[in-house]
Design a protein around this ligand. Structure first.
Ligand SMILES: NC(=O)c1ccc[n+]([C@@H]2O[C@H](COP(=O)([O-])OP(=O)(O)OC[C@H]3O[C@@H](n4cnc5c(N)ncnc54)[C@H](O)[C@@H]3O)[C@@H](O)[C@H]2O)c1
Length: 355
């Protein structure tokens, strides 16, 4: 089994532990005073393995949908936790993917001015990326991830056996984030994932080293800039365009797949503006396209995408703040670009080329 990763944060050091045993013996999670918030689908799929947890008095099941990742849902969950008499020495346990994580992290950071929480990530995206880094993000109306906090879990338990029940689109979603993190590390790192793309999509055992390297790369950045004031910003590579695509297609594309498309758009825009050599753009696009291909038929309306892009958190009042690959080594950097007719035409061309 892989070594645990220790991550330094403003709340102290916490560990992401790798285990293939959690589903065989999950009852250690009942220790202390836990309140479980579990993705309903996980409760159904793993009803036998998690039976003692699911039979414990303090369990809430949630539907993992973007609509439920809202302030209204958080308030409802808090009401149930209050009825369960949650106290400051109790802790929450999230079992699910990024949606369950975002809700539980947000609640843990605000309920009683902060209580501990533990995380069992069950999607590839959550295991390879979101489970470390402290962030919670909640949607308000149409504005995705607009409210949030920085509040790391006290422990993370990563069991690859959960990945066996994910469908292919969720695997591709996680691989999108793995490609992103490796692109941030270097062109060579990205190419290593690209080379293994087919085998890691089909063989979950081959994924393990890439989950580990993705978390190790992310650890380096979040320990320097946990609160996303500077260098960590580049982890939004693919996200401004990706969120715009998610929003314009009414979440018709899973998050990490939209991020993969977003990275493709970023490569194209950077090449069209001549800040990235075309050879790099072509190299990266070939791998990215292989990952999002099953979704390339989804229609992405330009006007709605542009509207969503203009609302991005990284924008200044007059310019778009885009994370793009730049220069001879395709390093990932923040670039400010005015949303003028030249950019809109480039964006249109790039979206069209995704089909
Ligand atoms: N906080 C962060 O740092 C961070 C980072 C990246 C993404 N996110 C957020 O994460 C969300 C996306 O998360 P996600 O892709 O992990 O998944 P998710 O929580 O949206 O789950 C995706 C689907 O997979 C199902 N599922 C979960 N585990 C399963 C399993 N083991 N087997 C079968 N089905 C399973 C869920 O029920 C759901 O239908 C987005 O809202 C995004 O904004 C947060």
């Amino acid at each position: 089994m892989l070594d645990a990763l220790s991550i330094k944060s403003h709340k102290g050091t916490y560990e992401a532990r790798f285990t293939a045993q959690l589903l065989l013996d999950p009852d250690f999670l009942l220790e202390g005073e836990p309140h479980f918030i579990v993705d309903k689908k996980i409760a159904e799929l793993y009803a036998v393995q998690l039976q003692n947890i699911l039979a414990s008095p303090n369990v809430i099941l949630i539907e993992a949908t973007e609509t439920n990742k809202s302030l209204e849902s958080a308030a409802q969950l808090i009401s149930v936790l209050v009825e369960q008499k949650t106290r400051r020495n109790h802790h929450l346990v999230a079992i699910g993917g990024g949606i369950t994580q975002d809700l539980v992290c947000f609640i843990a950071s605000t309920l009683l001015r902060g209580i501990d929480w533990k995380f069992v990530p069950t999607t590839l995206l959550a295991q390879a990326d979101s489970c470390i880094g402290s962030k919670s993000s909640i949607n308000v109306g149409e504005a995705k991830n607009i409210v949030g906090t920085f509040y790391p879990p006290s422990e993370v338990f990563i069991d690859p056996n959960f990945l066996t029940t994910l469908d292919q689109s969720e695997i591709r979603s996680g691989i999108g984030e793995i490609l992103k993190v490796h692109a941030i590390d270097s062109a060579e790192s990205f190419d290593k994932v690209a080379l293994e793309l087919d085998s890691i999509t089909q063989d979950l055992n081959k994924l393990q080293p890439f989950i580990y390297s993705a978390l190790s790369i992310k650890k380096r950045f979040i320990e320097i800039d946990e609160f996303d004031q500077g260098i960590r910003n580049i982890f939004n590579f693919g996200h401004s365009f990706g969120h715009a695509i998610e929003s314009a297609t009414n979440f018709g594309v899973p998050h990490g797949v939209a991020v993969t498309m977003g990275m493709d758009v970023a490569c194209q825009v950077a090449a069209m503006r001549e800040i990235l050599p075309k050879s790099h753009s072509d190299r990266m696009r070939t791998a990215l396209r292989r990952n999002y291909l099953p979704f390339s038929h989804v229609e992405i309306p330009l006007e709605e995408s542009m509207k969503a892009l203009l609302k991005d958190k990284k924008n200044s009042s007059t310019e778009l703040g885009l994370i793009l690959p730049v220069g001879p080594s395709a390093s990932i950097e923040k670039v400010m670009i005015p949303p003028d007719s030249e950019f809109i035409e480039q964006f249109r061309t790039a979206l069209t080329a995704l089909a």
